[in-house]
Design a protein around this ligand. Structure first.
Ligand SMILES: Cc1cc2nc3c(=O)[nH]c(=O)nc-3n(C[C@H](O)[C@H](O)[C@H](O)COP(=O)(O)OP(=O)(O)OC[C@H]3O[C@@H](n4cnc5c(N)ncnc54)[C@H](O)[C@@H]3O)c2cc1C
Length: 371
């Protein structure tokens, strides 16, 4: 099959991977993205798994080496800062903003409609309604709307994200602003500290404009921490006094919350304590699990975080979105009808997502001592 008309709701990673794969397979995808302008990074790093790098090179988007950094050792520190264990291993990292920029540039502007929200779908006819009241029918609708997908809520009203009882504090710092001793401690390393009920890790990612040379990169850290009796509502109430359900963005944490977390950093190895205290803008996200029973309803597909959210320990959220997209293009190319292709895709990707979420739960509960 080729020449299918595909409407994609959501123009972040999942929507762009899908749009690019389908366009390169001879289909006509249109992306609707509710945000008005370019998406702004939450400032984080991502593990550039092999399938992401392959996607970039196979589609002639960019040489992955141009937007990635590498570590050559996984290193575990003691509370005092010594090296407890070191394992030789190469890992490849990028930043959300560097990857998004490359994918967005590879997808035509005229097929990417910003400031447009999909408000409802009719699965039988592959129809999407947008917030200006327009209805458009296509061959297939793909909802790549992230963890809070409204299309998923319409199709699976009983499916709710389940809070995992801990949060991830995160931050990104320009290496140029860090003390040399701190840069040296983390350089070329994927560094961890595992405490009794917390885990912090750090790795280098490209700079704000994708720079990968030493001196211009950023250091990215993620600190998983239990609430330890603290009120989740208070942590997630931002500077505008709104209680957020899943995350408080950089710059929007209230001062007392920020201070309290910085104080908790005193129990970390000294290089991590320095890293946290030198970070201008901490932010926080709730860790949760999400599983749908099926990714396809009629002619509507749920893709990426809209279908499954696995805990970040799996380092697989963006890679899964790329895998879903690539597999969808392959299924449409290798089956005689749309319905057969969607059924095969649904079976394979639902099984993958379900297994990944289960693996993430197990990894997180062991690491945070929640068993
Ligand atoms: C702005 C932004 C910044 C991010 N920064 C990071 C980061 O720094 N590090 C990291 O690890 N992960 C980050 N993520 C999350 C990461 O992209 C995802 O976990 C993963 O890549 C899966 O992507 P996704 O496309 O399935 O979901 P998401 O990335 O969550 O994208 C969903 C998209 O759908 C749009 N959308 C939702 N509902 C509708 C609707 N009804 N109609 C139209 N559009 C809709 C949203 O505006 C969003 O752009 C970020 C996500 C976003 C949106």
């Amino acid at each position: 099959m080729s020449g299918l008309d595909v409407l994609i709701s959501g123009g972040s990673m999942g929507g762009l991977f899908t749009g690019i794969s389908l366009a390169r397979s001879g289909h006509s995808p249109t992306i609707y993205e509710r945000s008005a302008g370019a998406l702004k990074s939450r400032g984080g790093g991502i593990v550039a798994q092999q399938n992401i790098r392959r996607f970039l090179s196979d589609h002639d988007i960019v040489d992955p080496d141009e937007i990635t950094t590498r570590s050559h050792e996984r290193r575990f520190l003691t509370e005092g800062g010594g090296v407890e264990r070191a394992v030789s291993e190469t890992m490849v990292f990028t930043s959300w903003d560097a990857l998004y920029r490359q994918l967005r540039n590879a997808f035509p502007d005229e097929q990417y409609r910003t400031g447009t929200t999909v408000t409802g779908v009719t699965p039988e006819t592959a129809t999407a309604t947008t917030d200006d009241g327009t209805e458009r029918s296509a061959d297939v609708v793909v909802a790549a709307e992230g963890g809070q997908s409204a299309t998923r809520a319409q199709l699976h009203p009983d499916v709710e994200p389940e809070f995992a009882s801990y949060v991830a504090w995160r931050g990104v710092v320009d290496e140029a602003t860090l003390p040399a001793v701190c840069v040296e401690a983390f350089d070329e390393m994927f560094t961890f500290y595992q405490g009794a009920d917390q885990l912090i890790l750090a790795y280098f990612i490209p700079g704000p404009d994708g720079e990968t040379e030493p001196g211009s990169r950023r250091l990215n850290w993620v600190w998983y921490d239990t609430l330890d009796g603290r009120d989740r509502g208070a942590i997630f109430t931002d500077t505008s006094d709104t209680e957020q359900r899943f995350s408080v963005s950089p710059g929007q944490l209230r001062e007392p919350v920020r201070h309290r977390q910085r104080d908790r950093a005193a129990k970390l190895p000294p290089v991590f304590e320095t890293l946290v205290s030198e970070t201008p803008d901490l932010f926080v996200q709730a860790i949760y699990d999400l599983t749908v029973p099926s990714m396809v309803t009629g002619r509507v597909c749920l893709l990426g975080d809209g279908a499954f959210v696995a805990r970040p320990h799996t380092a697989a959220g963006t890679a899964k979105a790329a895998g879903d997209a690539t597999a969808l293009a392959e299924a449409l190319a290798s089956h005689g009808s749309i319905n057969e292709a969607l059924a095969a895709w649904d079976q394979a990707r639902t099984e993958y997502g379900t297994t990944l979420v289960a693996r993430g739960k197990q990894m997180g509960d062991v690491r945070l001592n929640l068993d």
